[in-house]
Design a protein around this ligand. Structure first.
Ligand SMILES: [Fe+2]
Ligand SMILES: [Fe+2]
Length: 215
């Protein structure tokens, strides 16, 4: 496994774009969670979302500071219109679908992808990801426990019907994110990630998440 340095221009450009993307996604999550606080079912869910808003705010600040030091082009990589469409998508979801899309796909699979980059990253980038990735573990745990709670509150048939739909939901959002005009896979490759390995890791994680919910 080759570790890259900031002197490598292709690496620096690609890592810069990935950092800008991660920051933009964190900002998106922060806004999405903030909007859900008032309507989330129950005290724990509202407190969890509120805590997460604070965490994501901290991540955005850490990443912005590091991008400045790293002299990264901070232009958002997802265009404004696509972000608005994604906000509209999340606003329209009921609680179970919201948890599925936000925590299984964006948080769990998203941070799994970021985790793959950490061993390949330069020391400054690695340090900038340390606190955020630690917090993402809490966010995934919160989302999974809320999802489990919501599923456990359903009768057997309804629960099974929702569970059966989850793999297709994950795939649909994945395809939707892939359709955004953002060459994420190219950037991952340029920072040294093997696309095959990345796909294998994400597939495994996806299966593990779905199996964990059904257990
Ligand atoms: Fe985050
Ligand atoms: Fe998060």
């Amino acid at each position: 496994m080759k570790a890259y340095s900031v002197e490598n221009t292709q690496y620096a450009h690609a890592m810069g774009h990935l950092l800008a993307l991660y920051t933009q996604v964190d900002q998106f999550i922060m806004e999405t969670c903030a909007e859900r606080i008032a309507t989330a079912p129950g005290h724990d869910a509202r407190m969890g979302l509120a805590k997460q808003v604070g965490d994501e705010c901290r991540h955005v600040t850490i990443q912005q500071q590091w991008m400045q030091t790293f002299c990264v082009d901070q232009t958002p990589v997802i265009d404004k219109r696509s972000i608005e469409h994604l906000h509209a998508h999340f606003r329209a979801l009921d609680w179970v679908d919201f948890l599925t899309d936000l925590y299984l796909v964006v948080e769990a699979l998203g941070s799994q992808a970021v985790e793959q980059v950490v061993p390949l990253a330069d020391p400054g980038t690695r340090e900038s990801l340390r606190v955020p990735l630690q917090d993402e573990l809490d966010h995934v745990a919160f989302g999974l426990s809320e999802l489990q709670k919501a599923l456990d509150g359903m009768d057997v048939l309804e629960r099974q019907a929702r569970l059966d739909k989850i793999p297709a939901r994950i795939q649909r959002l994945f395809d939707r994110l892939n359709d955004l005009d953002v060459p994420v896979q190219e950037w991952f490759e340029q920072v040294g990630t093997s696309p095959l390995q990345l796909h294998a890791v994400l597939d495994r994680r996806r299966e593990e998440l779905v199996a964990g919910l059904a257990a």
